[in-house]
Design a protein around this ligand. Structure first.
Ligand code: ATP
Ligand code: MG
Length: 351
C-alpha cells in the first residue's frame, strides 16, 4: 500500500468547473498506476459562495484546509465580482496563511502548441517568483491630494530571510536541471533594494558549488526571453519582476491554456496550492471548449511536490504526446473539446 494524500479541491468559477475535473481524473488514473491514493475534499467556494454569504471563503475556510497535503484550484472570479474581492478574499489569504513564498511557473514550447517565437526557437524555462514580499506591499500612501505638488509613495520590502529563501529554492532547482541560474535585477536604477537582492542572492548561491549565477537587468532579460530563449533555464525574480517575466514566458510558450503555476511552501509545514495561470474565462465558460492542459499540468506539479515525481513525469509525457499527435482544443487551433482532450490523456495513462 503506497502513500496517501488529502487534497482540497476548489474548482471555483467559469472554466475552473470544467478543467478541474480533468485534472483530478488524470491524478486518479496515475494513483492506480503508481500505487498511491488521494482523498479529494470538494470545496464549493468562490463567486457563488460570495453571492450568498459575502465571502469567497467561509470564515473558517483556512482552518478547514490547514491539515491538507495540497490544494488544487481551478479559477475564481466572475464578471460581476470585483477583481480585488477575488484576490484579497481568497488567493492572498491562502498564500499568506500557508506561507506559500514561492510562485513556480514552468513555461515550455510544446510540440503541437504554436508559439510566437521566430523560426525553430525553443523555450524551456522555470520562473521562480518571490510570492509574499517585495514590491507588493501595503506601505505607502497618497499625499497632498488635489494639490499641484500631489504625490504617491509605494515602499518595497525585501528581507534577508525572504531573498535568501527564494534564491535557495531556485538554486536547488537549478542543481536538478542545467545548473544555470539567472537572477533578475535592476540595481542600476533601483539603488537600495536591488543591490541588496543581488548581494543576498550571490551569498546564497555560493552555497551551491554546482550552480552558476548570472545577474541580468530585467529589461534585458525580457528581451532575452524572446530573442535567445534557449539561453535561459531557471530564473529567480522578485514579486513584481517575476509576475511580468512569467506572463511573458507563458505568452512565448504559446497559450494561457497550457500555463500551470504552483504556490509553494517548500518545507511542507503548510499545504501548497496548484492552479492554472488562466482565470475563469467567462467568455468561453460552459461551452466545453476550455483547454485542460494548464490544470492537468498543475496536477502534475502537485504530484511532484507530494513526492511522486515518476507520476508527474508520466503525466507530462502523456499530455505532451496527445498534443503532439494533433489533438488540440480551440485556443490552439484545433476542434477537440475539453473532454475529448482529457479522454485522450486518460487513455494513455491507463495503457
Ligand atoms: P482573470 O481576471 O480571472 O485572470 P481574465 O479574463 O483576465 O480573467 P482569463 O480568464 O485567463 O483572463 O482569460 C483570458 C482569455 O484567454 C480569454 O479570452 C479566455 O477565453 C482565454 N483562455 C483562458 N484560459 C483558457 C483555456 N484554458 N482554454 C482556452 N482559452 C482560455
Ligand atoms: Mg487576468
Amino acid at each position: 500500500m503506497g502513500a496517501s494524500y488529502t487534497v482540497d479541491v476548489i474548482p471555483g468559477d467559469g472554466i475552473g468547473q470544467e478543467v478541474t475535473p480533468a485534472a483530478t481524473a488524470c491524478v486518479d488514473a496515475l494513483a492506480e498506476r503508481h500505487d498511491f491514493t488521494i482523498e479529494w475534499r470538494d470545496r464549493d467556494w468562490g463567486s457563488d459562495h460570495y453571492r450568498s454569504t459575502g465571502r469567497m471563503l467561509p470564515v473558517d475556510g483556512l482552518e478547514q484546509m490547514a491539515d491538507a497535503d495540497a490544494i488544487l484550484l481551478g479559477a475564481v472570479g466572475d464578471v460581476d465580482i470585483p477583481d480585488d474581492v477575488t484576490l484579497w478574499g481568497l488567493l492572498i489569504p491562502i498564500r499568506r496563511e500557508f506561507d506559500q513564498y514561492i510562485n513556480l511557473r514552468p513555461s515550455r514550447t510544446l510540440p503541437g502548441v504554436p508559439s510566437p517565437l521566430a523560426g525553430d526557437k525553443k523555450l524551456d524555462v522555470v520562473v521562480v517568483r518571490e510570492n509574499v514580499e517585495g514590491e507588493y506591499s501595503e506601505i505607502g500612501g497618497r499625499f497632498r491630494r488635489g494639490q499641484p505638488d500631489e504625490l504617491a509613495l509605494q515602499e518595497a520590502i525585501f528581507t534577508r530571510k525572504g531573498v535568501s529563501r527564494v534564491t535557495r529554492f531556485a538554486a536547488q532547482l537549478a542543481t536538478e536541471r542545467s545548473g544555470r541560474l539567472v537572477s533578475a535585477t535592476k540595481s542600476n536604477g533601483i539603488i537600495h533594494t536591488m543591490p541588496f537582492w543581488d548581494e543576498v542572492a550571490r551569498e546564497t548561491v555560493a552555497e551551491f558549488p554546482g550552480v552558476t549565477l548570472e545577474k541580468v537587468l530585467v529589461d534585458a532579460l525580457a528581451a532575452r526571453v524572446v530573442l535567445a530563449p534557449d539561453s535561459l533555464d531557471v530564473v529567480v525574480a522578485s514579486n513584481l519582476f517575476g509576475d511580468i517575466l512569467s506572463d511573458l514566458a507563458a505568452a512565448v510558450a504559446g497559450s494561457l491554456g497550457v500555463a500551470p503555476s504552483a504556490n509553494l511552501n517548500p518545507e511542507r509545514e503548510h499545504p501548497s496550492l496548484f492552479e492554472p495561470v488562466h482565470g475563469s474565462a467567462p467568455d468561453i465558460a460552459g461551452k466545453g471548449v476550455a483547454n485542460p492542459v494548464a490544470a492537468i499540468w498543475a496536477g502534475g506539479m502537485m504530484l511532484r511536490h507530494l513526492g511522486q515525481p515518476e507520476a508527474a513525469d508520466t503525466l507530462e509525457a502523456a499530455f505532451g504526446a496527445v498534443l503532439a499527435e494533433g489533438t488540440r482544443t480551440r485556443d490552439l487551433g484545433g476542434t477537440a473539446s475539453t473532454t475529448d482532450f482529457t479522454d485522450a490523456v486518460l487513455a494513455r495513462l491507463r495503457k
